[in-house]
Design a binder for this molecule. Sequence first.
Ligand SMILES: Nc1ncnc2c1ncn2[C@@H]1O[C@H](COP(=O)(O)OP(=O)(O)OP(=O)(O)O)[C@@H](O)[C@H]1O
Length: 796
Amino acid sequence: MSNASDNCAVKIAVRERPVRQSLINSKESSVIGYHPNPNILIVEERPFTFDYVLSPEVTQAQVFEDLIKPLVKKLKLGFNCTALAYGQTGTGKSYTMGLDSTNIEGEHIGVVPRVLKEIFSAETQDKDNTENEPVFKREISASFIEIYNEKVYDLLAENSSEPIIAKGFRYTGGSRKPLTDINECHAILTQGSKNRHVRPTKMNSQSSRSHAIFTIHLRCILRNTNGEESIISSCMNLVDLAGSEGVRRTGHQGVAMSEGVNINQGLLSIGKVLQAMTMGSKVIPYRDSVLSSVLQDSLNLNSYLTLLACISPHREDLSETLSTLRFAQNAKQLKNTPQINSIIADIKKNAKIKQTPYKIKPLQNNIANRATPLKRTYSAINGMPVKSVIKSNTFCTPKKQRAEVNRCNQTEITSSKRPKLSNVAMNLPNMAQLESTHNRESLFNRSSDSNGSLLSLNISSSTAVDGLVNNNHNKGNTNFSPVIRKYMTELESGLEKKFIDILQRNLHVLMPPQTPAAATMAPHQTPLTQSMRQEIKSIMKEVLQDSPIKANAKCQLFNTSEDMFKVPEVPQGVLHPPKTSSPNMKSDERVSFTETFFAGVNTSDKKDLNKSIRRSRRISERFGIAHSVIENEFQIPSEPINESSNNTSYLRRSSRRSVLQRYAEKRNNGRLTTHKELDEIPAKSETSTKTPNNKKANKRLKDNNNSLISQICNSSSTSTNAKSRLSKHRKGVLELLNKGSLKEIQILPMIGQKKAFQIITQRTLHGKFKTWHQVEKLPVWRGNEWQRFSEANCLV
Ligand SMILES: Nc1ncnc2c1ncn2[C@@H]1O[C@H](COP(=O)(O)OP(=O)(O)OP(=O)(O)O)[C@@H](O)[C@H]1O
């Protein structure tokens, strides 16, 4: 057996079960091979690497020591933890987790009873250990539920045969039984295990037909020498998933078969959740099944996760074994960043904190939510790792907890060669500090670091910048200015959160350390540096772009003159109005193009301009004009302006798009291509002149597109009245939506493949769209998508 660091948030282990009794005489050799490297397992000559590889000889006690005991430590420190047993039916998941009531004592005792024993024995030790910060009170409770046929059953309830939650409802928790000693634990474990749905199958005489979740809730009330109390609450989910199974092998029919289908569906949804988490998706498909929705609070990036994949040594189980190993390997990609969120959650219980106008939770959550794999590394605050920020925001931690936080921070920083931040973690405000300030900002007040870096977010010691913050030292209450508050009430709730978040993230920029000169000035006279202006501008842009606030509001918001937001002059030679007498474009084409392209384009904004350039490409396709003509005509740069090094995504997307287009053209010609051939195809404009086959395809495509599009162009040119031109244009676009193919509809700005598909589906369902109102009411638009679509297509 190998080991992984205790600090690693995700641990993946594989355990091979012993040979089944029924096959013991077959003398068949195991399909599982072991490598000299203890982390590597070989199946059919394919190596798989895991944190722990457990052979059949590994005992239950060793499994607990290596995999679960570290989780118990984290649980006591206030982290949420999850241990998940996954694998084929009959591979020992229930045996390992200890949820099968026959193995509650002796050497075969499983994970759950061992965890409970550990918690109770640790409690006694803690009481004896005077060095630790005193735990005034510790409350342990447990809940035990199962998910059977997409319904949740409370195994500890009196009437456990009645489901408590069915699909579509949000699970809020089963009944919690308080535990005071180990005997009570055994009693509830036996009770719950007996109530589980079990059925003998061809593979396992005691096969669990449900996913079981045993949750241990721990709530510690700490009281320091001053009599101040703080609460840590955390939970540990011990999950015994039902075994994946093929109907063919279990030979099930009827109810048993539908059980199997539901089991597999639940497991599939867990796989999807883990995959979405590893990919850093914003949307995690928790709602796909009851199992994933119940595990929503434990299967996230904020908790410690140990996955135990159970496999069989038998050749007949090989495909299931490989599938389990693949599942475990995918889960290995997870990079969780656990937090002691339970303390933060408990802060709101403090009455004094409750009085503060702006909540702590949104910011904490925002930082936490940003901790996706992509964004996890740095927070917006001074490049501090998000983990450090969150941890340094925790306070009134017991000694052990603080030491743990420091250790985590230091490990992380040294490993990534970041500037030393240990003093941030060391300077955690304690309860007394909190009491003395008892305001929202105390959470963000970090002692400034020795280098005088921007770590100092101490609002009360900074000068308020241009009315942004209204300091009132006497009242001990620092707050946003009334101006900001006024506009914040106008913001939609989602935007308000975003606004607070952005402001708070940027406070260090808005409030530089007080200089002697600045101190003598009235707040509204405090000079704004160029970088501050830029920062404020970007904040405002981010916040206000979708908001209903009037344009001049931003000036009032920052109590400053309009020139702060003055846009720089249009860069020369970047984008020019159309030439009036170019032989390249027909006048009607120019009118339509100008209308479409210049609508809402802010030429001074590079980002906006780049967007427009992309749009110009789509529009040129729509008008069937070579893009080079439009580029010449309007002097649009052929490549977007480099905003920053990370702006290559556009280029990548564009090149991918062109490859796809070229591929589609080849396919239209009825020829299958290899990638090599594909690379040899010249770009679209060239193909039309060089390859006869492609020429044909191009013509066909172009004709299709342009028959509809030309109507828009022609109609625009014939009318002189702007209003009637607009209505004709709207009609033309509507016709495109009504008649266009998937590809044609995608030509429209703001319409991607998915949206085009949705529109066509709606068209098929309900018939042609007669008015724009019908289009607007389609369920395909989310948020402000409709608005953006209508603006981009000049429909308003
Ligand atoms: N490592 C092991 N050592 C000893 N016995 C084991 C081991 N693993 C499994 N077994 C035995 O194999 C049998 C099946 O195990 P178990 O019921 O835990 O499988 P399971 O994966 O939970 O199956 P299902 O998903 O169908 O519930 C049990 O009788 C158990 O005692």
